[in-house]
Ligand binder design. Structure first.
Ligand SMILES: [Zn+2]
Length: 675
């Protein structure tokens, strides 16, 4: 449930080049250079070849900027720098996409390899003293507010990456950055390749939905294969009556990429610690937090504590309800086991809230859900979404165009269904930035949803929520994707703000007026209002419980990057998680090995919780003025989404709410959940 962001810009070997006049920057050529995606790339060599072109072009432009002469201005030096950002950002997205979606390992690997090469160039730019000096020489006083903000952030990021150090030290930092990218990439690849499976007797599937059982027929050996892929794993953990099946699947699920990633993760953490120390910081958490809204480890700790204080009463109430139901089912049970939580949840929802997720499931067929989400976007924001005729990398990929008042403003791909070897979670990949008057932003949603109509494509309500969440990133990327500066386009806001718009949007899949437009059963009957009301009552159940678990994950992410690298990764992860999670983590759980965010997000997994605080706060205007209030939606689009990263996120929220962010809305929700 996240966005693939280009690596943070962090040695410079001056390339020999002809000095160029500062006047010759030509904005806009960069998207022409990137060209169309290799949707139908026949082989890995083609992908490697395109990567070579990117690398050559970026190296040429680095040299050009380093050798620039004449007065440094925003229109020249910053424009050249910004185009480098666009090339690296767009390229990272493009090759991330190949790594996630291509049909075979060589092409996926080619995508991954190119990301490492681009990340190396990115870190080289961030350590280029000549580039820093050119940007530093720009007089910001004559520039607009967004440009001043961009310059300030950019210079700070150079300073944070060690641009002021001497040549030998910068070379060491460059080498460390490259090694970090390489190890991180191996960590991710191990997770992608880390799927496990088990075989069970068909009778073990009792309790699972009929369509799941139909899709899991026994093989010639009479056994059914269940994998750790999300569409296999989640229904088993939620519905299987067999405690043994859930227990056994939980073991292999929580040992994905283990032990392969044990040493990899340890190496990654050591390298990051070394890097932070070389840059004069005590630890990597300190370094990575400096440009966030919550900008110190202490502030993150305080946030986790404050949120836990708000969530704990609700979490204890959730625990009590779960345990009471477990004791009815199994007299004498004294506690809830790790592999029982997901299974108890729908039973408790049925018991206390009369809500049956399987009942709701009948109303969510993929095709209807997709059309419903597109229609919601059209209704709320007054845009039009049409199919786009273009080449795709798989027959299941659905390309679309977005029009506003008849004008094309963005394009996107939905790659919604699982395939062997494909990225196994859900994320949005930004592929191209927009250029005013010249190019529109392009992005892709890579997901793993059921496919088709009511026969094959029924989805959990939680999947519908995930779909809309990821779609939220996509529209943020489109509505805010055409700025003067690429580095401020779309989702290029402070990283710990970026989840907020998507988390806020999740509220719409609990809105009857929205759901009734697309949630229909196989006979075309819309979802009953009563069922949606029950769903809403049940929604707050396990909210406290779930947040405490998420705070536990945030704690692992923070402490792994703040404390000395642990001797035993599993022990440490279970301990940090246990500081918040109400359910004890069994010794078999090695989830850190498949905790992909530890590469991509490092210390800042708290981002999801902090974004929830902001999302709850943003939503107060919609809950007061109406979820389908077009004036509120317009205000939100203009003041928050369309602004991209042109202002600090705290200001965007203030512009929309008319006041600063507080935890009040989050506290109020948790208080309601505790009732
Ligand atoms: Zn997200």
């Amino acid at each position: 449930m996240h966005i693939q962001l280009a690596g943070i810009l962090l040695a410079a070997t001056a390339l020999s080049a002809t000095p160029v006049s500062a006047k010759s920057a030509k904005p806009g050529n960069v998207v022409d250079f990137m060209g169309p995606l290799l949707a139908t790339a026949p082989d890995a060599a083609t992908i490697d070849g395109k990567c070579d072109l990117y690398v050559k072009e970026i190296e040429r432009r680095i040299a050009e900027l380093e050798n620039e002469t004449g007065p440094a201005t925003a229109n020249t030096s910053l424009a050249r720098y910004d185009e480098l950002i666009a090339l690296i950002g767009g390229g990272s997205g493009e090759f991330t996409l190949y790594q996630e979606v291509m049909a075979d390992q060589p092409r996926r690997d080619a995508g991954g390899n190119c990301q490492v090469r681009l990340s190396t160039l990115s870190s080289r730019i961030s350590l280029s003293r000549p580039i820093y000096d050119r940007l530093k020489a720009i007089d910001p006083s004559k520039e607009d507010e967004a440009t001043r903000f961009y310059l300030k952030q950019t210079l700070a990021s150079f300073e944070r990456s060690g641009v002021a150090l001497d040549d030998a030290e910068r070379a060491e930092i460059q080498a460390l950055q490259e090694k970090i990218a390489e190890v991180g990439n191996e960590f991710d690849s191990n997770i992608a390749a880390g799927q496990k499976s088990l075989k069970v007797a068909p009778s073990e599937l009792e309790g699972l939905p009929e369509d799941y059982i139909a899709a899991h027929r026994p093989g010639p050996d009479g056994l059914v294969e269940i994998t750790t892929a999300t569409p296999d794993y989640v229904p088993v953990m939620s519905y299987a009556k067999s405690d043994k099946l859930r227990h056994d699947l939980s073991i292999i699920y929580n040992q994905r990429a283990f032990p392969e990633n044990d040493a990899k993760l340890r190496e990654l953490l050591h390298l990051r610690q070394q890097l932070a120390n070389k840059l004069g910081r005590r630890n990597y958490a300190e370094l990575v937090l400096e440009d966030k809204m919550v900008n110190t480890p202490k502030k993150v700790e305080k946030l986790l504590e404050d949120m836990a204080e708000a969530a704990l009463p609700a979490a204890k109430g959730d625990y009590a309800k779960n345990l009471a139901v477990l004791q009815e089912l199994r007299p004498g049970a004294t506690d809830i086991k790790f592999w029982e939580t997901a299974w108890l949840s729908p039973i408790v929802q049925q018991r206390y809230y009369d809500y049956n997720p399987q009942e709701a499931r009948k109303y969510f067929a993929y095709n209807d859900v997709r059309d419903g989400i597109l229609k919601l976007t059209q209704d709320l924001f007054g845009v039009e979404i049409r199919r786009w005729k273009t080449a795709v990398w798989d027959k299941d990929v659905e390309p679309y165009e977005v029009y506003d008042q008849g004008k094309l403003i963005g394009r996107f791909y939905l790659d919604s269904h699982p395939r062997p070897g494909k990225y196994s979670h859900a994320n949005m990949v930004p592929l191209r930035p927009g250029i005013p008057g010249k190019a529109v932003p392009l992005g892709a949603l890579v997901m793993n949803m059921a496919k088709g109509d009511h026969t094959t494509g029924l989805m959990e309500h939680g999947d519908v929520e995930t779909f809309l969440h990821e779609f939220g990133h996509l529209i943020h990327g489109i509505f805010g994707g055409t700025q003067r500066w690429f580095g401020q386009s779309g989702v290029a806001t402070e990283w710990d703000f970026v989840e907020a718009p998507s988390q806020m949007l999740e509220n719409w899949v609990y809105d009857y007026d929205t759901l009734k437009t697309f949630a229909k059963d196989k006979d075309g009957n819309p979802i009953p209002r009563e069922l949606v009301e029950k769903m809403n009552r049940a929604r707050l159940f396990n909210a406290g419980f779930g947040d405490m678990r998420q705070l536990g994950y945030s704690n692992i992410s923070l402490e792994f990057h703040q404390q000395p690298v642990p001797e035993n990764m599993g022990d440490a992860a279970r301990y940090y998680r246990g500081a918040f999670d109400l359910i004890p983590t069994p010794d078999f759980v090695e989830m850190q090995a498949a905790f992909g965010h530890l590469n991509g997000y490092s210390a800042i997994y708290y981002t999801y919780r902090w974004s929830k605080v902001i999302a709850d706060d943003l939503f107060t205007r919609f809950s007061g003025e109406g979820l389908r209030n077009k004036a509120t939606a317009k205000d939100y689009r203009e003041k928050v989404l369309a602004m991209g990263g042109t202002k600090p996120a705290a200001e965007l929220v203030r512009d929309f709410l008319g006041r600063d962010i507080t935890l009040d809305a989050y506290r109020a929700e948790m208080a309601k959940a505790a009732q």
